[in-house]
Design a protein around this ligand. Structure first.
Ligand code: MSP
Length: 626
């Protein structure tokens, strides 16, 4: 049994490339498992409670439920358009979910894992996460997303997360549940630093699930992460031991790296508290950027999945997402690379191979291909392609999906290369028709196997291909072709091109262009900016901050200032004394980390580093830059 989940997506905004990515991976795996004959369940859905949704709805003049209905529908529509074959679509506003969450909360309470207290600290609404002051970035900003947090002081129920610290560590060690494995160390360090008990109810707003009535404390609603995580269980009708009950424990929770902590620390602790078995794997993927930049609404560069699909077709899109980035790493959506993969891999190596096989079988064997002579002539090629396919399947188990596809394309290369090497047209010319036919048949068999394994990635084009070769993409053929290494005979028919060559980029870079225009300023706006050359008189580290250096600077004409700059990771304080730097000198004063800062020292971003800007020659302090 294989139960796979996507994250339960927030309905604060419409779905984007990141959501599509996780869901397409999940759909690929579920389709592959079904093909291999596993009983499989794929669950996705929407996370509809919490302050973030309440705020998003009210900003648009909707009630939270109206807004959730609207966005949840958009997610569902997108999944239909992306050919996501999910089994259940869960919503956290569903009645059965609400009941399950309350029942689980009660269980945790009865177990003695929940106690009442008062929470005082910081809260990031965007991440729906609590922080202590020391965990925050400068200016009380969220350690994860960088947005401003708010101070929360209210009565709250707490979950004894600390009690589960050692058990969680043991789970990591014994089961190695985190994929890719190299993400485990970060978690171990985090847990070892000490887990604090978790505030799991709020009272200052009410868009959420009320705590169980048995606690007689109506004003508390349940923390949205506890609520959302239990979707994975409520959707199975777990409490009633419904028909999907047996799917627990999940085989794989797929998540983005930003929400790994919730799934790999909070979730197992909650499950242990209610005496439920833990999921087998948690797979965390990286983030997508667009042409090297983080996607965000304010930059106007968010990719809408359907824009790509409408321009280039669904299967190319699904293929690109899985092929381009090693699972776990961040990846960049570059249109040029997308086009290159479509043309070189999908059109040439895959689509064209089918065309060649169809063409040659029509010419030399009346559309009928028999497998009987393949082994005699092409044992080596058969073995090579089998090895690549076996490798592919191994990579898939550890979610190395790009390598899965890479190996499958290596198997296709065996077919393509053997055509150029043995030249069937010359074999025929030289009177060796049987060998020519065996060669075409070898290629058709390799293609049939690969297409079977590509069908979970590109369902509709592989369906077309299977029609052309006249075989079924089903479990029976999976067993025959992949597990038992049988060879098939084919009766071919013509087929339209599987993929089309893309001649030029089709995506409108409108948003980026608009944004670039918006970023442009008029000369009179620039003249407001005052950048001056200054010499560093003193420089020291700031206690408690890894990032900040405190400078005393001479800006000429007796203008001596204190400025803080976040470059401590890149420069030693004492190296900088005597150096000249550029200072934005008419910036409003600010307090950073309790110290006054009067201006900004300019530096250039180079990858993850910051490099100070200095004049090329010594100039007078106070000289204007411009
Ligand atoms: N509601 C929670 C999940 C609860 S699961 C019990 C949530 N929702 S979300 O809608 O904000 O995020 C869903 C997923 O989108 C996360 O896995 C996140 O990593 C992913 N992504 C958001 N932006 C992304 C990219 N730019 N690239 C790839 N994935 C990204 O968190």
């Amino acid at each position: 049994m294989r139960y796979i989940t996507t994250p339960i997506y927030y309905v604060n905004d419409v779905p984007h490339l990141g959501h599509a990515y996780t869901t397409i991976i999940a759909d690929f795996l579920a389709r592959l498992y079904r093909l291999r004959g596993h009983k499989t369940l794929l669950v996705t859905g929407t996370d509809e409670h919490g302050q973030k949704i309440e705020q998003a709805a009210s900003a648009r003049n909707f009630t939270p439920k109206e807004y959730a209905d609207k966005i949840s529908k958009e997610f569902k529509n997108l999944w239909d358009k992306l050919d996501i074959n999910y089994d259940i679509y869960a919503r956290t506003t569903d009645e059965r979910h609400i009941k399950t969450v309350q029942a689980m909360f009660l269980k945790m309470w009865q177990k003695g894992d929940i106690y009442k207290g008062e929470y005082e600290g910081y809260y990031c609404v965007s991440c729906e996460t609590f922080f202590t002051k020391t965990q925050l970035k400068e200016n009380e900003c969220c350690a994860d997303c960088g947005k401003k947090t708010s101070i929360v002081k209210e009565e709250s129920y707490f979950f004894k997360l600390s009690k589960y610290q050692d058990k969680i560590l043991k789970w990591y060690e014994e089961k190695e549940p985190i994929l890719p494995k190299n993400k485990t160390n970060e978690l171990i360090n985090f847990v070892k630093e000490g887990l604090k008990d978790l505030s799991i109810t709020r009272t200052s707003f009410d868009w959420g699930i009320k705590i169980p009535k048995e606690l007689k404390d109506e004003k508390h609603i349940i923390y949205v992460w506890l609520d959302a995580l239990f979707t994975y269980v409520s959707v199975l009708d777990y409490l009633e031991k419904g028909q999907n009950y047996d799917f627990w424990p999940a085989h794989l929770h797929l998540v983005g790296k930003d929400i790994l902590k919730f799934h790999a620390i909070f979730w197992p602790a909650f499950l242990m508290s209610v005496d439920m078995p833990l999921p087998r794997y948690i797979g965390a993927h990286g983030w997508w950027t667009r042409e090297g930049e983080k996607m965000s609404k304010s930059k106007g560069n968010v990719i809408k999945p359907m824009d790509i699909v409408n321009a280039y077709g669904l299967d190319s899109f699904r293929y690109f997402l899985l092929r381009e980035v090693p699972f776990g790493n961040d990846g960049d959506f570059s249109e040029a690379i997308f086009i290159n993969r479509n043309n070189a891999e999908l059109c040439n190596e895959l689509g064209n191979l089918l065309n060649r096989i169809i063409g040659m079988s029509a010419k030399y064997s009346n559309n009928m291909l028999e497998s009987k002579d393949i082994k005699q002539h092409f044992e080596k090629e058969l073995k090579q392609s089998k090895d690549f396919i076996d490798n592919a399947l191994k990579f898939c188990e550890s979610l190395q999906l790009n390598r899965y596809l890479e190996e499958l394309f290596k198997a296709l290369a065996v077919a393509n290369l053997s055509i150029s090497k043995y030249e069937p047209w010359n074999l025929v010319k030289n009177g060796d028709l049987d060998k020519a036919k065996a060669l075409i048949s070898l290629c058709a068999n390799i293609l049939a196997k690969v297409a079977l394994l590509l069908s979970p990635v590109m369902p509709s084009s592989m369906q077309k291909l299977s029609k052309a070769l006249n075989y079924e993409l089903n479990t029976q053929n999976y067993k025959k072709l992949i597990e038992e290494d049988e060879l098939l005979n084919f009766n071919l028919s013509p087929c339209e091109n599987l993929f089309n060559k893309i001649e030029k980029p089709l995506l409108e870079p409108v948003n980026l262009e608009v944004k670039k225009e918006e970023k442009k300023i008029k000369i009179d706006e620039f003249s407001k900016i005052e950048i001056k050359i200054a010499t560093v008189l003193e420089c020291e580290n700031i206690e408690g901050s890894e990032k900040l250096l405190k400078f005393k600077l001479d800006l000429g004409d007796g203008d001596i200032r204190q400025i803080l700059s976040g470059i401590a990771k890149f420069y030693k304080a004492n190296e900088l004394v005597g150096k000249q730097v550029c200072v934005l000198s008419n910036l409003k004063k600010a307090k950073i980390f309790g110290h006054e800062s009067d201006g900004m020292i300019l530096s250039a971003k180079s990858g993850d580093k910051l490099v100070l800007l200095s004049p090329n020659d010594l100039v007078k302090n106070g000289s204007l830059v411009g």
